[in-house]
Design a protein around this ligand. Structure first.
Ligand code: MG
Length: 164
């Protein structure tokens, strides 16, 4: 065990999507009432996309674009939870499993506070971990730039993988 190091690996993920009309506002697998939603090839869920990149990063498996190319019609409007499920299989095949997640969502609108508990439970369920192992924070961009003007939503995620 000692020669193998700490047996834990950290990964970081970031994603941003433009907000457009006629799309559901999906965050962490939860649909939140809002006039606009994230544009994207899949459902555009920026929190799950950042989580996928963090998981792939921690496992040394590349990034979301290399595994789910936008050119692949299979992922058009697909729930990002399905992509996450596939990534979890890849991660677990390396002998690692998610330990805990911390995240920050940046969105000026809608107000996310009432939805944090639901998003947290959804992400924990998708990862197969206890809700206490998933932290979700939300903040505005103080009115600055595209995020602050409500034209986009972004997410930052850090994940720790432990030996399964
Ligand atoms: Mg994305």
């Amino acid at each position: 065990m000692l020669s193998r190091g700490p047996g834990a690996r950290v990964g970081i993920g970031y994603d941003i999507h433009r907000l457009v009309g006629g799309r559901p506002f999906v965050l962490g697998g939860v649909t939140i009432p809002h006039a606009q939603g994230p544009a994207g090839h899949s459902d555009g869920d920026p929190l799950l996309h950042a989580l996928i990149d963090a998981l792939l990063g921690a496992a040394g498996l590349g990034d979301i674009g290399s595994h789910f190319p936008p050119s692949d019609p299979q992922w058009r409007d697909a729930p990002s939870g399905v992509m996450l499920e596939r990534v979890l299989h890849m991660v677990r095949a390396t002998g690692l499993t998610p330990h805990n997640v911390d995240s920050t969502i940046v969105a000026e609108r809608p107000i996310l506070a009432p939805h944090i508990a639901g998003i947290r439970a959804s992400v924990a369920r998708l990862l197969g971990v206890n809700t206490a192992m998933v932290n979700v924070k939300a903040k505005t961009n103080e009115g600055l730039d595209s995020l602050g003007q409500g034209r986009a939503v972004a997410a930052h995620v850090v994940v720790l993988l432990a030996e399964a």
